[in-house]
Design a binder for this molecule. Structure first.
Ligand code: HEC
Length: 60
């Protein structure tokens, strides 16, 4: 796996972990905006990697 891809994957997992913590906290804080912000960070990490790495027909 390319190093950059590994880093992007790591980033996504860190963001996902943060989202879980934020959701747990929101049980007490009722801060739904924090959940949405955290969720958008996870999805941004998905987009970052999909933009950088794509499987292409023809073995490129
Ligand atoms: C470390 C890189 C990486 C991250 C982070 C990542 N993906 Fe992907 N994902 C890929 C690659 C590579 C493919 C294959 C792309 C292709 O077919 O060109 C893929 C394919 C997919 C597909 C299938 C797309 C298709 O056309 O069949 C889905 C759905 C998907 N990813 C969802 C997600 C979601 C949701 C997240 C975030 C929670 C995520 N991915 C994070 C690398 C990543």
């Amino acid at each position: 796996m390319p190093t950059g891809m590994r880093q992007l994957g790591h980033q996504m997992h860190m963001n996902a972990r943060e989202l879980v913590v934020t959701i747990n906290n929101a049980e007490v804080t009722r801060d739904t905006t924090a959940i949405l912000n955290s969720l958008s960070e996870v999805t941004q990490a998905c987009v970052n990697c999909h933009q950088a790495y794509q499987l292409k027909k023809g073995g490129q």
